[in-house]
Write a protein that binds this ligand. Structure first.
Ligand code: NAD
Length: 367
């Protein structure tokens, strides 16, 4: 039976979800809310949604499923607003916020006495781009799509959501909301704080030591890439997961002090162990086995500095979709190959490796 789906917030996440839902359920009607007209127009013109509004409450009573793809604060405000609307009985309400406890608690507070179902969700995919113009039907491919069930979630809720979202080609997984926030604080929120702190420290240092910027190479780039993220989103993530993040910061201070003391004592064994343990632990992590949350499918080609060489490789890859391409021009010391190409999935990666190895004598490395 065809359903009516209401997506509130036609940004990168909401509009990409609309495309993914349409892929497997072309008969479903998708309604969209967006504050600004620009994203509403794009979503309508590109057929992501069937009807659009700038009045959130107006479409809510029509929907079988409502997905809030907005900043965390606004998601909570709309959950509160939904409690006062005359919604379809049994409607499923879900969201996409990057932290989950505050949203799930708000849902329990405002929706528990209503004939609705709620399941918190966090699709672990994204990019630095925003708005409907950046929507990508493949955004969630192979990414974890995390559900955080609560007392408002019946098992059929999850089954219905998984069916609705099958066209996203994501990997569905369930976890408790608080545990979600603890885990993501360690592997996502805290690293963002570190990357930005490192960037800030470096910028200040560079004022006195002018070669700092010029010598920064691959390692520094890898460590600070996420410092380019959208500040508003990260501020709201930190503020909605305060306690857990503060605890991670304290823990890290102790670790820094520990290695600082080892350096000050000249304790070579302790320093060696520090690096060795980290190396072993990283090698054992899922990001090395592919399929980890953020893993991309990267290929490195050692190419000579010759005319047209990159064009020649790209010509070989014609028809394979590339996620990213990077030419490493600077300091080569810790860079694997001058040309780095990222693919969406393992199949494309393997195909590219085969094509380049069969048709050139350049060294190809897959990490
Ligand atoms: P986006 O900036 O592309 O879109 C945000 C949407 O929210 C837009 O439609 C905007 O008009 C709307 N909006 C913002 N403030 C509003 C307000 N006060 N009232 C009404 N509408 C408002 O952002 P996005 O990347 O699509 O993020 C949406 C949600 O998804 C956020 O909660 C974010 O934490 C979460 N998320 C983002 C990523 C990512 O990497 N981008 C990944 C996973 C989850």
């Amino acid at each position: 039976m065809a359903k009516t789906i209401y997506i509130a917030g036609l940004g990168l996440i909401g509009a990409s979800m609309a495309l993914g839902i349409k892929r497997d359920h072309p008969d479903y009607e998708i309604l969209g809310y967006n504050r600004s007209q620009a994203s509403r127009d794009i979503a309508l013109e590109r057929g992501m949604i069937d009807r659009a509004t700038d009045d959130f409450a107006s479409f809510a009573p029509l929907a079988d499923v409502i997905i809030l793809t907005l900043p965390i604060k606004q998601t909570i405000a709309f959950i509160k607003e939904l409690a006062d609307l005359d919604l379809k009985e049994g409607v499923i309400i879900s969201d996409a916020g990057s932290t989950k406890s505050a949203i799930v608690e708000a849902a329990k507070q405002y929706l528990a006495s209503k004939p609705v179902r709620f399941v918190g969700a966090h699709p672990m995919a994204g990019s630095h781009k925003t708005g409907a113009a950046s929507a990508d039907v493949n955004l969630f491919e192979n990414a974890y799509y995390i559900f955080t069930p609560s007392s408002l979630t019946s098992p059929d809720t999850l089954e219905e959501m998984k069916d609705l979202l099958s066209g996203l080609h994501a990997r569905f997984i369930e976890i408790d909301a608080k545990e979600h926030d603890r885990v993501t604080s360690q592997i996502s929120h805290f690293p963002h704080i570190l990357a930005s702190s490192l960037m800030e420290q470096t910028a200040v240092y560079a004022q006195e030591h002018e070669m700092t910027r010029r010598f920064a190479a691959g390692g520094f780039r890898d460590m600070t890439r996420i410092a380019e993220s959208e500040p508003g989103m990260w501020a709201s993530i930190l503020l909605s997961n305060r306690e857990t993040i503060l605890e991670r910061i304290e823990d890290f201070k102790e670790r820094l002090d520990g290695i600082g003391q080892a350096i000050s004592k000249g304790d070579e064994e302790q320093i060696w162990n520090f690096f060795n343990q980290a190396r072993e632990q990283r090698q054992a992590m899922e990001i090395h086995k592919r399929g980890g949350v953020d893993s991309s499918y990267d290929l490195y080609v050692d190419v000579p500095d010759e005319e047209d060489v990159i064009l020649r490789i790209l010509e070989l890859l014609r028809g394979t979709s590339l996620v990213n391409i990077h030419i490493n021009e600077e300091n080569r010391e810790d860079v694997h190959g001058i040309l780095q190409i990222a693919f969406k999935n393992a199949q494309d990666l393997e195909r590219a490796e085969r094509l380049i190895t069969e048709n050139t004598d350049y060294t190809v490395v897959i990490k």
